[in-house]
Design a protein around this ligand. Structure first.
Ligand code: ZN
Length: 119
């Protein structure tokens, strides 16, 4: 089987994230009506740890801070897809000679860009 490109995971990630709304910040009580609202009104975590690749890859792209500072996590995919995406990212890191962290940052930025652009 051909390894999958990272690109093919973006739309499925967005679809799974969309299903988790509305939801509320556990700290300030702010309610996010949908994923777009969420992406627009939260800040992504700055630093990502490559160790996320082992068992919590999607944590790396889905941890965000509410404007109150509270950390909110979205589950982006199931474990099977998580493993496939981890493989795709590790492969891209080798082929392109880029750090895993940079690839994760790009992926997360692209997810946000698409969600925010779909107004
Ligand atoms: Zn909050």
């Amino acid at each position: 089987m051909q390894p999958e490109s990272i690109e093919t995971f973006i739309d499925p990630i967005i679809a799974v994230c969309r299903e988790q709304f509305p939801r509320k910040c556990g700290n300030c009580g702010r309610e996010f009506s949908d994923f777009q609202d969420f992406a627009a009104n939260t800040r992504p975590f700055g630093a990502l740890l490559p160790t996320y690749l082992r068992d919590d890859l999607f944590g790396a792209i889905s941890y965000v801070n509410c404007l109150c500072g509270n950390t909110i996590t979205l589950e982006c995919v199931d474990a099977a897809v998580n493993g496939r995406l981890a493989e795709a990212i590790l492969r891209e890191a080798v082929i392109c000679g880029r750090p895993v962290r940079a690839i994760l940052m790009d992926l997360r930025a692209e997810v946000r860009r698409r969600v925010l652009g779909a107004a």
